[in-house]
Each structure stands twice: as C-alpha cells, then as structure tokens.
Design a protein around this ligand. Structure first.
Ligand code: GTP
Ligand code: MG
Length: 137
C-alpha cells in the first residue's frame, strides 16, 4: 500500500463540493491519513507549484490557488498515485472520463477542482509541504 497527496481547490470549495468530493474519495477506497482546510497565500501557492514557474499559465494558477480555502490531504491506498489520478480524470475536464471527479466538478483546465500528485516522490514532497511528520501517521 502507499500514499498520494491531494488538494480540493478553491473553485470546488467555493461551490460547496468539498463533502461530495471527499465522499467519492472514501468510496473509491482511499484512507484519509491526514487532512486540513487552509488558505494558501500567493507566495505559498507559488512555492507549491514552482515546477510550473516557466509555464505561461503560472501567474493565473497561483492567483487561482490563493483565491480561497483549499482542503489538503494525504491519502493511502494500494498504488495510490495512479489510482487517484484515475479517480480525478484528465487535467482538462472536457477530456476527463465519465464518473471522474473533474468530469463531475471541474469547470475548465485552469479551475479543475482537485490536485493529485504525479509520482510517489512528489506525493512525499507535497505531503511534507502541508503536514509535519507527526501528522502523517
Ligand atoms: P494537478 O493535479 O493540479 O497537478 O494537475 P495535473 O497534474 O493534471 O496538471 P499539471 O500538473 O500539468 O498542471 C497543474 C495545474 O495547472 C492544473 O491542474 C491546472 O489547474 C493548471 N493548468 C494546467 N494547464 C493549464 C492551462 O493551460 N491554463 C490554466 N489556466 N491552467 C492550467
Ligand atoms: Mg500535476
């Protein structure tokens, strides 16, 4: 079994979809290891998405991610990273498979409801960004 990291993004929080998304995560068999609702400053959002610094949408992404509260969580399941990316669907909701979180709750490629780590290494780094070692039991 292993772990991934997720955020429910400000668009989904604002629309009141946090509960519905957490229900889908639970029903898909993920255990919530750690979870918190918080609000990223633009500096913190910029740091979190630093890998995308050179991309044309970076400014928009940082602005969006610091616009309102998010829910950050560490999730556990067999093959967690891959399984969670299957559950959330493609980055662009127009291309996301039926029944995925982004198909159901994302409005656009920018405002796409949820984040999911893309590797075990990044899952660890991203989890450590929000949670202390003690909180990751
Ligand atoms: P994350 O799980 O959030 O990392 O999404 P992803 O792995 O499916 O996509 P990627 O890491 O390539 O991009 C990170 C985030 O940047 C996306 O989830 C979007 O919120 C945003 N993003 C990606 N492409 C675009 C784009 O073309 N325009 C805008 N405005 N935002 C984008
Ligand atoms: Mg990504």
């Amino acid at each position: 079994t292993n772990r991934t990291f997720t955020m429910i993004k400000p668009d989904a929080t604002a629309k009141g979809n946090t509960g519905a998304i957490l229900k889908m995560i639970n029903e898909a068999g993920f255990r919530i290891v750690a979870m918190k609702m918080t609000h990223l400053s633009s500096a913190k959002a910029g740091e979190f998405y630093a890998v995308h610094k050179e991309r044309p949408f970076y400014g928009e992404l940082v602005e969006f991610m610091s616009r309102g509260p998010i829910t950050a969580a560490i999730l556990e399941k067999e093959n967690a990273v891959e399984e969670f990316r299957k559950l959330i669907g493609a980055t662009n909701p127009a291309q996301a498979a039926e029944g995925t979180i982004r198909k159901l709750y994302a409005a656009s490629i920018g405002e796409n409801a949820v984040h999911g780590s893309d590797s075990d290494e990044n899952a660890q780094i991203e989890g450590d960004f929000f949670f202390s070692k003690l909180e990751q039991f």
